[in-house]
Design a protein around this ligand. Structure first.
Ligand SMILES: Nc1ncnc2c1ncn2[C@@H]1O[C@H](COP(=O)(O)OP(=O)(O)OP(=O)(O)O)[C@@H](O)[C@H]1O
Ligand SMILES: [Mg+2]
Length: 246
């Protein structure tokens, strides 16, 4: 992620959509690149925040948001932090499927005020890694994500965890990520090499800026090498830097 790191790439997570292969894949995917992402976060997160709440978004569908959210939360937990991963994509959720867990109960249960013990969401991968799937899909995801109940929920979780990572839908398609952004410490934007369209990326950064979202950095997903075709996105990193620093 971070703007100065040209080497960040993400290993495909594509085949890890069953419980059987999950652990193996997690070990495989939690490579140096995610550790680098974790380290870079240390530079971009504001000081003094007890539990950073990190949203993961992108401009379009399929750029690797959920893969990034899973792996980032995993490496944060792996280094001893108590971490909560939330599936905040209440339209096309994928965390339950990726992790081979039940999709319900989940986030929408908390948002509807149901009593669910957080211990129920402890992963069987690491004891300090908790995963809340989407729950039943609501008709009004954007309103729920931006609701006072969500704020209260995140405040309560921030007292229990060291990090909260929220997987979100793309900024250019729906307003959900922007709606919840006011409760986050900042957002990571995923860019998929050879897939993300520049126009869409530009639009995404513009939207984030308009909503005063603190962009913590970008993840270059699918980069084959440190150099690769990163160059063609460089301008947009500058674009992001412009927006992030004004
Ligand atoms: N670097 C990569 N190389 C190959 N496949 C990848 C890579 N990153 C993600 N994928 C695969 O691409 C698909 C989309 O990834 P993922 O679900 O993480 O994206 P997303 O941005 O969360 O999508 P959506 O917008 O639909 O929620 C998945 O099948 C995933 O396994
Ligand atoms: Mg996703």
């Amino acid at each position: 992620m971070a703007k100065d790191n040209k080497n960040t790439k993400v290993t495909p997570f594509a085949s890890a959509e069953s419980k059987k292969t999950l652990h193996k894949n997690l070990e495989f995917t939690a490579t140096e690149q995610y550790k680098l992402l974790r380290a870079n976060l240390g530079f971009t997160l504001p000081e003094g925040v007890k539990c950073p709440i990190i949203g993961v978004t992108s401009s379009m569908r399929g750029e690797g948001k959920s893969t990034t959210a899973v792996n980032l939360s995993y490496v944060l937990a792996e280094s001893g932090n108590k971490v909560l991963l939330i599936d905040g994509d209440l339209r096309i959720p994928s965390i339950a499927k990726k992790m081979g867990i039940e999709a319900t109960p989940g986030m929408t249960d908390f948002l509807m005020g149901k009593e669910v013990a957080i211990d129920k969401f402890k992963s069987d991968v690491l004891e300090n890694w908790f995963i809340i799937p989407s729950g039943d899909l609501p008709p009004n995801p954007s309103e729920l994500l931006g609701s006072h109940r969500m704020e209260t929920f995140l405040d309560a979780m921030a007292k229990k965890f060291d990090y909260i990572v929220i997987d979100l839908p793309p900024v250019n398609i729906v307003s959900d990520a922007l709606a919840i952004s006011k409760y986050t410490t900042g957002m990571i934007t995923v860019i998929r090499e050879g897939y993300t369209e520049k126009k869409e990326l530009e639009k995404c950064f513009r939207q984030l800026k308009l909503s005063n979202v603190h962009v913590l950095g970008c993840v270059m997903n699918g980069s084959k090498s440190g150099k690769g075709s990163y160059g063609k996105y460089k301008r947009y990193y500058k674009y992001y830097r412009y927006y992030s620093s004004h």
